[in-house]
Design a protein around this ligand. Sequence first.
Ligand SMILES: Cc1cc2nc3c(=O)[nH]c(=O)nc-3n(C[C@H](O)[C@H](O)[C@H](O)COP(=O)(O)OP(=O)(O)OC[C@H]3O[C@@H](n4cnc5c(N)ncnc54)[C@H](O)[C@@H]3O)c2cc1C
Ligand SMILES: *[C@@H]1O[C@H](CO)[C@@H](O)[C@H](O)[C@H]1NC(C)=O
Length: 420
Amino acid sequence: MKIAVIGAGAAGLAALRQCTSGNYDDEVVCYEKTDQIGGTWVYREETGSDRYGLPIHTSMYKNLRTNLPKEVMGYPDFSIPKKSESYLSRTEILDFLNAYCDHFALHPYIRLLHHVELVEPALGDRKWSVKVRDLQRDAVVTEGFDAIMVCNGHYFEPSIPEISGHDIFAGKQMHSHDYRIPEIFDGKTVVVLGAGPSGMDLALEISKNANRVILSHHLRETICTVFPENVVQKPDLMQLTERDAIFSDQTKEQVDVVFYCTGYKYSFPFLAESCGVWVDSNMVKPLWKHLVSIENPTLALVGLPYYVCAFSMFDLQVRFVLRHWHGERQFPEKEDMLKSETEEATTRIFKKHLQKRHFHMMGPEQGQYYADLANIAGITPLPPVLTKLHNKSSKRFLDDLVHYREDRYTIINDYKFLQN
Ligand SMILES: Cc1cc2nc3c(=O)[nH]c(=O)nc-3n(C[C@H](O)[C@H](O)[C@H](O)COP(=O)(O)OP(=O)(O)OC[C@H]3O[C@@H](n4cnc5c(N)ncnc54)[C@H](O)[C@@H]3O)c2cc1C
Ligand SMILES: *[C@@H]1O[C@H](CO)[C@@H](O)[C@H](O)[C@H]1NC(C)=O
C-alpha cells in the first residue's frame, strides 16, 4: 500500500514507525509543514503566522513541564530513559521524540516544509489524491495514495467563547495558544478563563508575575488545591466593560488582561467535504472507534481522544488501523459501525451527562478503549499499569497542583507501579 501520513508530531512518528516496521511492505510518505519534527513540543517564540504565512502550530510555552509522569508518556516499544524525576521539561520530551525518530530511522520518510493543502477521494488507480505545497520552492504537487493517516494534532485552533462586551474591553485579550512567557503579565491583574488542566496550570505559572490572578470557571465546587495568595476563584465571566470584568455572582473587578484558557477545536482544514468526515460541536464524525472514517475506511484520524496516555495510544491506534488495512481483520458493515458510534455517543453523552463536545474525552474510560482496540484487532494490548498511573497522577494534579510534579514513580510490571 502507499500511505500518506499528515504531520510529524508524536502521532505521525508512531504512524511512520509502524508503517516501516517490516511487517508490511508499504510505501509511506510523511508530510510536515514546519521545519522540524515534534509538533506541539517544538517551542517557538513567534505567534501568529510563520514566514510562509501559515498559522503557527505549536502551543508550547517556555516553562512548560509535563502534566503526566514520563512513565506513562513513552511508546510501548520505546520508553523514556530512566532518571529520578517523573515530570520532565518540554525539551526533554522533544529530545525523546528526536531519539525515537533516530532509533527507528524515520527521517528518510519525512518531507519537512511540506504543507498538505487538500485531501480528496480520487478517481484513478489510487484511492486518494493529496495536494501538497513544497514551501521552500513554493510549488504544488499532487500525489496519489491508497490510504491516509491524519496526524495533524488538535491543540492549534483556539476555541474562544464570545463574552458580551469583548469588543469594547480596552485591555488585552489572548488565548493560551499564543502564550509563551510569564513576563508579559508583570504587575497585571489577569482573569484566567477556564479550569481545565491548562487554565489551572497557567493560573499558577503566571501568579509569580501577575499582581492578581482571577481564575474564572464553572466547576460547581471551588478547586480544592491551595493556590498562592494572589490567586482567587470566581464563577463564570458574564460581561466585559471598557475596564471591568463582571462575574455571574454580580461581583465586578477592574482587570488588565483576559486570558482565554478555553481549549481548542478539532480542525482538518485540508479534508475535502467528499472525504466524509466533519466536526459537529467538536465531535468528529462519523468515525469507528474515534479513529476510522466510516464513509471511507482507508482514512484514519489518529490521536483524537484526550486525557489519555497519548504516545502509547497513538501506537495502538496505528497498529489497529494497519491490521484492518492489510486485511488481517475486516471492518464491520457500515451500518454496524454507525450503530456503534451512535450507541457510544448515547451512553457517554446522555447517561454520563457529558456534552457532545466532550465525546472524545477518555480519562477513566481509556483502559476500556485500549482493551477494545487490542481485542478487535488481535494486537498486543497496552499494559493496564499505564491507565492506573495516569489515573493516580490526574488525581494528584487535582488535589495538589502546586506540588504534584515532585512525585516520582517507578513501574514495577504491567500491573503495578510504586510511588517513591
Ligand atoms: C501546551 C501543551 C502541553 C501538553 N502537555 C502534555 C503532557 O504533559 N503530556 C502529554 O502526554 N501530552 C501533553 N500534551 C498533548 C500533546 O498534544 C500530545 O502529547 C502530542 O504531542 C500530540 O501529538 P500529535 O502528533 O497528535 O499532534 P502535534 O504535536 O500537534 O503534531 C501535529 C503535526 O502536524 C503538522 N501539521 C498540521 N497540519 C499540517 C498540514 N496541513 N500539512 C503538514 N503538516 C501539518 C504540525 O506542524 C505538527 O508538526 C500537551 C499539549 C499542549 C498543547
Ligand atoms: C480514577 O478512576 C476511578 C475509577 O475508575 C474514576 O472514578 C475516577 O474518576 C478516575 N480519576 C481520574 C482523575 O481520572
